[in-house]
Ligand binder design. Structure first.
Ligand code: FMN
Ligand code: SF4
Length: 679
């Protein structure tokens, strides 16, 4: 088991209760709001209820559902309904069901209005905002709200709050974060008004303050109100943390009882949610706000490990911690942390493949590491096999490990063969590039599950047909992975340093000096970033130079980004990184640019010569790139020879993951899970 982060200190602070405005939360873990796409008509569904029932049972102190649009123009009908009384009975049933599971859980709902971030395709209306400033996020141009229209929008928040109070929710949360409507008034980045709702700080805060006041009036004094805020906007001309904190002080005066502090706007170019964001990186934003208000503050973003949360609380940076994706990945995270079984927590790896990417594709939220997320009603944790079978799994990558784990949990007898002395398979390549180390957590999780099960794990063992037959398997799950495609141009080259991307990523070959990477898919991009990151000044050196005043922060930034060699990325298609999920791709493209990597799109490599590569662009123009290394990242193909031998020997074989067709880890996990489930 490898881990960069975890230790086994008890999480005491995390499990201290907290009370404010008459509400006691049993611990400091807040599951923050997530639009899950489980409520296509706005009504609560069984999928929604089943998902949250497990999270309530898992021990989170406060669960905030939603965002729930307060009116249609604010978000559209695919989100949890907050804009009409007809939703109340379904919501009340939901609350009852959750409280049946744990009477001590506290439930909140987020009152949502996206303003200019709303999609007209979903709302059927032009979005509204403080000013008519178009958005690069959804390519919409809103219209500026007229003063006479404002009370109605604010009253929609207030009416919605009352609806949720009537349905039995313990608290509501007003969305003033992420660059949504209240933020759009607050921040000079887009508020260009010249009336009493624009210009000065007080004027820009007015819309939010009035909204809070109306909500307070509607729910009464003794009902807790949360507000979600951007700890800093992270957009040009937007608010810094200090200004956000000033605004929170005003919102507190208007009636807010607690602040949930996230990072920047949806439009920001500063990554907020990808695995390149260090764990707990934005806790300092919560701290900045905590210094200016007297009410509790929740620190959010990338707190996927209870130890990180405990530390934030112990350091006094926040009063509670927000965990969103960490509770998709493992509903039991709080209970496991309280029991001290940290090793068994299935951590969110911030890949976004099953959650954010799905939302952007209009799909339900699922999870790479937890296939059951969003499917709780179909895959019960209590199912056991009627008649235990013999299962042989070949390959200890993500799909194979998942198949073995689930089969063993169901009660089958499992043997797993892994050729290498380490688990992980192709996932080790995914984990190699800078900022992608979280993938190791999935390998760790599987390693712990296998070690704690009665699976016969045969490491460093190449399976043979005889050895498999001897185990008399009812099913062989073949998860032997894929192998690199070797293009013809690799043969007969006199270049002394031609490597496969996987060997570079795994550190098996030295690779110094100018480098051409052939193939600009995910692996090519990751290899380019891996090389440039290896060259970069290390973060401890950078911090040392800044802290001691040896260099200015500006100069250190230059030094970090100054390439000491040229990396070239050559891709035949018009786009590089096409096979990277939408919500991660832009961060990698930014990094490629920042690292000075030369990208050649719609360009073929014609030949690898002694001292470089000959290329040809789509228009037929030829060129030559001199380089010390050529790295080939031209894709993978399934490795199925052994599976065929097993079939020929009369065994029942199911091929899964990259061995079936090279794809993303989320596909391998799904196929591994289903292979075991359907035994
Ligand atoms: C699928 C998805 C939908 C989300 N929807 C909302 C939302 O409607 N309102 C909101 O304030 N935050 C939303 N978030 C952000 C989360 O509440 C949380 O702040 C973010 O995921 C970072 O925390 P984490 O690293 O613990 O996941 C969403 C997150 C995800 C993954
Ligand atoms: S899909 Fe990835 S980012 Fe989303 S919850 Fe699962 S592990 Fe976390």
């Amino acid at each position: 088991v490898e881990s960069n982060y975890s230790n086994n200190r008890p999480c005491e602070k995390l499990f201290e209760p907290i009370t404010f405005n008459g509400m006691t939360i049993k611990n400091r873990i807040v599951m923050t709001a997530m639009h899950l796409n489980y409520t296509p008509t706005g009504e609560v569904t069984s999928q929604f209820t089943d998902f949250y029932r497990e999270r309530v049972a898992g021990g989170a102190g406060l669960i905030v559902v939603g965002g729930a649009p307060v009116n249609v123009i604010g978000g559209g009908s695919l989100m949890l309904g907050g804009w009409d009384d007809r939703f109340i009975p379904g919501l009340a049933e939901f609350v009852e069901e959750m409280k049946k599971t744990d009477p001590d859980v506290r439930l909140g709902v987020q009152l949502y209005h996206a303003g200019r971030y709303a999609w007209s395709l979903l709302t059927g209306q032009q979005p509204i905002s403080s000013s008519a400033v178009s958005s690069r996020y959804n390519k919409e141009t809103p219209r500026a709200l007229e003063i006479k229209e404002m009370p109605e929008v604010q009253q929609d928040f207030a009416d919605s709050a009352l609806r949720f109070k009537k349905a039995g929710f313990d608290t509501i949360e007003i969305v003033g974060s992420a660059g949504y409507l209240i933020n759009q008034f607050l921040s000079p980045a887009v508020n260009k008004r010249t009336d009493e709702y624009g210009g000065s700080f007080e004027n820009r805060a007015r819309f939010g303050i009035e909204t809070v006041q109306r909500v307070r009036k509607s729910v009464g004094d003794d009902y807790p109100i949360f507000m979600r805020v951007a700890g800093a906007d992270f957009v040009p001309g937007g608010h810094t943390n200090a200004e956000s904190a000033e605004a929170c002080a005003l919102f507190e005066k208007a009636g807010v009882d607690a602040f949930s502090v996230t990072g920047g706007w949806h439009e920001t170019r500063v990554p907020q949610l990808t695995m390149s964001v260090p764990r707990g990186a934005y806790a300092y934003l919560a701290q900045g706000i905590r210094n200016k208000v007297t009410v509790p503050v929740v620190a959010c973003n990338r707190i996927n490990d209870p130890q990180v949360g405990e530390r934030i609380l112990a350091e006094g940076r926040a009063d509670m911690v927000g965990i969103a994706r960490g509770l998709i990945a493992d509903a039991e995270l709080p209970n496991k942390a309280q029991a001290g079984s940290y090793r068994t927590i299935r951590k969110c790896i911030a890949c976004n493949q099953g959650c954010f990417d799905h939302v952007f594709m209009g799909l339900d939220v699922n999870c790479l590491v937890n296939f059951r997320a969003g499917r709780e009603g179909f895959y019960s944790t209590t199912k056991k096999a009627d008649s235990p079978k013999n299962v042989v799994v070949i390959g200890g990558g993500p799909g194979g490990c998942e198949a073995a784990r689930v089969a063993a949990e169901l009660g089958h007898r499992v043997t797993l063969f892994e050729q290498q002395d380490k688990l992980g398979g192709g996932l080790r390549l995914c984990a190699a590039p800078p900022g992608r180390e979280e993938f190791y957590e999935l390998i760790n999780f599987h390693a712990v599950c296998l070690a704690e099960s009665n699976i016969d794990v045969r490491m460093s063992t190449t399976a043979t047909v005889e050895a498999v037959k001897e185990l008399d398997p009812d099913l062989v799950v073949y998860a032997g992975g894929a192998e690199p495609v070797l293009p013809a141009l690799m043969q007969n080259t006199k270049h002394p340093n031609v490597h496969l991307a996987k060997d570079v990523l795994l550190g098996n070959v030295p690779c110094f000096g100018d480098t051409v990477i052939v193939g600009g898919g995910a692996v090519g991009c990751e290899t380019a970033l891996y090389l440039s990151h290896n060259d970069q000044m290390k973060s401890d050196v950078a911090a040392f130079l800044i802290r001691t005043g040896a260099e200015t922060a500006e100069r250190v930034t230059e030094l970090i980004n100054e390439p000491i060699r040229q990396v070239h990325l050559v891709e035949m298609l018009p786009k590089v990184g096409e096979d990277i999920g939408k919500t991660t791709r832009w961060t990698m493209m930014l990094e490629l640019r920042r690292s000075g990597i030369a990208i050649y799109r719609e360009t073929k490599v014609l030949a690898i010569k002694e001292n470089g590569v000959r290329i040809q662009s789509e228009s037929g123009e030829e060129g030559f790139i001199e380089c010390a290394n050529v790295v080939v990242a031209t894709g993978y193909r399934p490795k199925t020879g052994f599976a065929e031998s097993l079939v020929a020997a009369g065994l029942k074989v199911q091929v899964i993951g990259d061995a079936a067709s090279p794809r993303m880890a989320i596909n391998a996990i799904e196929e591994g899970f289903k292979a075991a489930w359907n035994l």
